[in-house]
Design a protein around this ligand. Sequence first.
Ligand code: R5P
Length: 299
Amino acid sequence: MIVIPGPTSLGLGWRIAFELGVEPQPVEHKVFPDGESYIKLTKPVQGESVAIVQTTSPNPDTRLMQLLFMAQTANDFGARRILAVIPYLAYARQDKRFLEMEALSLDVIIRLLEAAGVSDLLVVNIHNEASVRAIEERHNVKIHNLSAVPLLAEYLKKHGFDKAYSLSPDKGAIYIVEAASKVLGGSFNFFEKTRDRKTGEIKMEVKNLDIAGLRAVVFDDMISSGGTMAKAVEALKVQGADRVAAACTHVLYMPGAEEKIRIAGADPILSTDTIETPFSKVTVAGLIARKLKELERGS
Ligand code: R5P
């Protein structure tokens, strides 16, 4: 298998290649002054299975274009199979038409990947598994959704959060805290969150939890503006939690998000390297490499 670390996932791409025992083959790339991207593969791919590792934040549109260029070029030059490893897949939250005449963005992205020759898409903790399956049915791209939650929980268990309480800020993400609590050994619960589809304003229905003096972790799939995480952390602190960690798979690192979450009382803030930020304490390289090996064996 050839592993191509794309321009946004050089670190993760190298770690995946290391786990697979192969030499990574980064591309030549540049961004022209007008914002267009240039991509050139550096190794022949004829007859090979090619894993392209490219996360899609920051600058999702540019990152997606670069990914499509890499995939299409591998296809043009005879790759046998193209696997797109997009640990954080931008536009995954727009997986339905919430308002009439909205773009079904995720569907468009999968369609483009398919057209570029991608047969398999590996993602980590995609926003809503059920919606993704509905979109997958319309295309010829197999979507493999991996979970980094046990890895985050393992890290926290070793760093002072053994038996901690796990909380999801949103009922829809309850599967995350179910999985986390199996590793941490504490109880779990959820708040209910609603977002105004027009203004983006978040409302959180907070429950009273028996949390006074306990350690707790708020788990979510991602932190973007930080509003959701900050509200949940604050509610636990107000209810007397001793220490609250904020953990998620993807940190989009939007301006002001960290400050908001710290002011709410979170310590630490933790994420994986699906997007490389100062909070990336847990790597998903092993998780992805294992899946790639499994797919390669099955092909
Ligand atoms: C949405 O439902 C997601 O699971 C996250 O809770 C959300 O995207 C976080 O966004 P923000 O940090 O802007 O509140």
